[in-house]
Design a protein around this ligand. Structure first.
Ligand SMILES: [Zn+2]
Length: 307
């Protein structure tokens, strides 16, 4: 298969740490080294450890190649990180279980790598506002049914926003979970729409419509469809995701969608994001708050019916 062949070719190209060190250096400092403390461009190279240290010739601060990147603090070889970048940049993405078996790490290490990569996507997404002609519409995430536990697909209300071009095509997509405080049961309140706009839309935008009511005549079908396609992808590749970590998977879907729309190389874009985004630590990841009202309501309903 072409996909396997491409991955094999990739592994042949990035088959040693030195190649990965050079690739990471170029992604992190595309215009040459710049000291994080004083922006000085010259350094002494210290190669006494596995990864190089760069000592600024002006202020003498030492900078590790992976500090300030998603790999900071990781003991996993760069070669495996790069394989994970490649597999995350394919249209279908990859689950932690498959990644663990392909790159030969434990499930926990693979899970952490996947989430750190997604964190870089979310971090970058938070800095890029929707602009131009903007449409925002409600959407839904549905989990696959598990008839032994849930009698109904567990649904999550979403808000999807898009920048549109003159042919009414989405050029920049964001899909976000709606926090508990902006929900009445599964209905999104006007404050939810306002909150989405204030966080994700450029304040200079003048042409914008926000549809939060299910049966509004102005609903934007392409955004509703985007949520459905994202849900299908999450359910197919990851077998469904609970509300606690759902946002990072939605951000991954939008990252790939937007990279394709921009005609940019998804792999190169991803390496750049991971080389310039701060990491997220395991305790922060697992302490994410699950603030979905629907989740809580279903759970309480489940307890009541189980009794
Ligand atoms: Zn310096």
């Amino acid at each position: 298969m072409d996909e396997t062949l491409t991955y094999d070719l990739f592994c042949q190209k990035f088959n040693n740490e030195e190649t990965c060190i050079n690739a990471l250096f170029s992604a992190r400092w595309p215009n040459g080294f710049s000291c994080p403390c004083c922006n000085h461009p010259y350094f002494y190279l210290i190669r006494s450890r596995k990864l190089p240290l760069f000592e600024c010739t002006s202020c003498h601060v030492q900078t590790s190649l992976i500090s300030g990147t998603v790999m900071e603090g990781s003991r996993t070889p760069l070669k495996l990180w790069f394989q994970a970048f490649f597999l995350h940049s394919t249209p279908q993405g990859i689950s932690a279980t498959r990644l663990a078996s392909i790159i030969g790490t434990t499930y926990k290490t693979a899970w952490l790598i996947c989430h750190k990569i997604r964190h870089a996507m979310s971090y970058t997404d938070s800095k890029e506002m929707l602009s131009g002609l903007v449409r925002v519409n409600w959407g839904v995430y549905g989990r696959p049914y598990n008839p032994t536990i849930y009698r109904h697909p567990q649904e999550q209300p979403l808000l999807a926003g898009g920048s549109f071009d003159n042919s009414n095509q989405i050029t920049h997509l964001k899909i976000k979970q709606v926090p508990d405080e902006h929900l009445v049961y599964d209905r999104i309140t006007p404050s939810g729409g306002l909150s989405f706009v204030s966080q994700h839309v450029d304040p200079a935008v003048s042409d914008i419509s926000v549809v939060i009511q299910k049966f509004s005549r102005n609903r934007e079908w392409s955004l509703i469809r985007s949520c459905a396609i994202a849900s299908e992808w999450i359910n197919t590749i990851f077998n469904g995701i609970g509300s606690k970590h759902l946002q990072s998977y939605l951000d991954q879907y939008c990252f790939t969608f937007n990279a394709v729309k921009r005609n940019s190389n998804t792999y190169e874009t991803l390496v750049l994001l991971c080389a310039t985004s701060p990491t997220i630590k395991y305790p922060t990841l697992i302490s994410r708050v699950d603030n979905s009202a629907i989740h809580k309501r279903n759970y309480i309903g489940l307890l009541n019916t189980a009794g």
